[in-house]
Design a protein. Structure first.
Length: 359
């Protein structure tokens, strides 16, 4: 069994504006420690996958900064998209690259910008999922035990238990649910059979390509056009040609929600997709007034539960609560923590106004 890690690193992270920009996206930021998000993801798979079989899917604009971040990554292991078309084309393209080495190679597909505190549990789950996929086929994902009624995550409903496989229970997936409203999220939490959708997948390259052929024929046809050009001078132009013709779609919507052979391993590994500034505040170290962030000095009067990013600056706050304040030198963001998911809409406004230098 040969395993290949596929790190999806082509996003922009618009909810993390103004720190996250097109050429300096969320996955290359050191939000919590000295390591950036993608460096932490890369080191998380050490011991699971031979370094020569780690692939990173990114785009032309981010190629150079990814190379700087992952200096040990062979350049030929960078899979370059001309522009983003969501996760299904990204994964399909990576599957073609894996099949160059092993037609039935096991793909461990991971977002490059997630936080996982219990790396040992993560590695155990991935190892069991890879072994199951190798022996039995199917599409596997990791379901995260919910700790609160989150409305910013999709959910997976656990179906029948099919196996106790090497120490982890494996279940059929009954259904996928989109991000719920607060009432539905509470119901999911109380039910005990709904898990957060981690966006991590394990399967054979051959299995996912067959599923794409069956459920996303337009994408599959495009991938088959690309396949003969792998490793040749015409590869990049062919990928761009195909990407301009296909529709963008997520692997969840295009395949996972329609497939019958989908399985889940439930786990509690201290996972977080770090999807907004509010989440960053939740998991950051805080002072006694529950303020957190990065700054030279902070002075407060009657101010609590704030997140402040102003490196090298003295910050003073008077009478403010539950705010996000981010200063990047050329831009400042001020918003309620509870509205931090909406920061992406500011980026859309900047685009409409032609202010690309701030994007």
């Amino acid at each position: 069994m040969k395993t290949f890690a596929v790190l999806m690193a082509g996003g922009v992270g618009t909810r993390f504006w103004p720190r996250s920009r097109t050429k300096n996206p969320k996955q290359v930021l050191n939000i919590f420690n000295h390591e950036t998000m993608i460096q932490s993801t890369y080191h998380r798979i050490e011991g699971l996958v031979d370094p020569s079989r780690v692939m990173v899917v990114t785009n032309l604009e981010q190629k150079e900064i990814i190379k700087e971040q992952l200096r040990d990554l062979p350049e030929e292991n960078l899979v370059i998209e001309p522009f983003g078309r969501n996760t299904a084309p990204c994964i399909g393209l990576a599957a073609l690259r894996v099949q160059q080495f092993d037609a039935d190679g096991i793909m461990i597909v991971l977002p490059a910008d997630h936080l996982i505190e219990n790396v040992n549990e993560f590695q155990r789950c991935v190892q069991q999922a890879a072994s199951f996929a190798f022996q039995h086929g199917g599409l596997l994902t990791l379901g995260i035990t919910p700790t609160y009624a989150a409305t910013s995550y999709g959910y997976i409903q656990q179906g029948d238990k099919i196996s106790d496989f090497n120490g982890h229970s494996i279940y059929r997936v009954k259904t996928f649910a989109e991000k719920p409203d607060p009432e539905t999220a509470e119901r999911f939490l109380k039910s005990g059979d709904f898990y957060w959708n981690s966006g991590m997948f394990i399967w054979k390259a051959s299995t996912i390509l067959k599923e794409i052929e069956d459920k996303m024929p337009e994408l599959y046809e495009g991938l088959m056009e690309i396949k003969p050009e792998l490793g040749k001078s015409g590869f990049e132009s062919k990928v761009e040609d195909v990407y301009r013709r296909i529709r963008g779609n997520s692997i969840d919507y295009g395949v996972m929600q329609k497939a019958k052979n989908v399985y889940m391993i439930p786990t509690d590994m201290g996972w977080n997709d770090v999807g907004s500034w509010e989440v960053v505040h939740q998991i950051s170290l805080k002072d006694k007034m529950k303020n957190a962030g990065e700054y030279q000095e902070l002075f407060t009067i009657d101010s609590r539960d704030n997140y402040i990013f102003a490196p090298g600056k003295l910050v003073a706050m008077v009478g403010v609560k539950n705010l996000v304040f981010v200063d990047t030198g050329d831009a400042i963001l001020i918003c309620k923590k509870s509205r931090s998911q909406d920061v992406k809409d500011i980026v859309e406004q900047l685009k409409k106004n032609g202010m690309d230098e701030f994007i």
